[in-house]
Write a protein that binds this ligand. Structure first.
Ligand SMILES: [Fe+2]
Length: 130
């Protein structure tokens, strides 16, 4: 958390800018607000932030972050994984005690975009064509 950071509410879309650090957690619409990071990083194969997908049947996409998987500790973890299939968006929030993997039950499309937020390193993105 730094002065000048912007946080966005994933429910209503409010964006707030941090003027002074008090140490608390920013909450809007009953949910913790997300640090807004404009820059999305495309990952290399060695990167523990690289999103991988596995198609499981007609309506399931398994997503994991990193191979080996990204660490999940209180200090450093994946906060959410988002999948966009032909423009439809699905998001799963994670806690540090979860594994950085999700099964999305969604109709398959032709283009799948995965984004994941690491609380320290930012947003990572990968696009797959099916
Ligand atoms: Fe990270």
């Amino acid at each position: 958390m730094e002065v000048g950071d912007k946080y966005k509410c994933s429910v209503c879309g409010n964006v707030v800018e941090l003027k002074e650090i008090g140490g608390g957690t920013l909450v809007c619409c009953g949910k913790e607000m997300d640090l807004e990071i404009k820059e999305e990083k495309v990952t290399s194969n060695e990167d523990i932030h690289k999103p991988y997908i596995e198609i499981r049947g007609e309506k399931e996409i398994y997503v994991k972050i990193g191979d080996p998987m990204h660490p999940m500790t209180q200090e450093h973890f994946i906060k959410w994984i988002e999948i966009s299939v032909d423009g439809s968006l699905y998001v799963k929030s994670l806690n540090y005690w979860d594994k950085p993997e999700v099964v999305f039950k969604v109709p398959l499309g032709r283009k799948v975009t995965i984004r994941a937020l690491c609380n320290i390193h930012g947003i990572y993105k990968e696009v797959y064509s099916l």
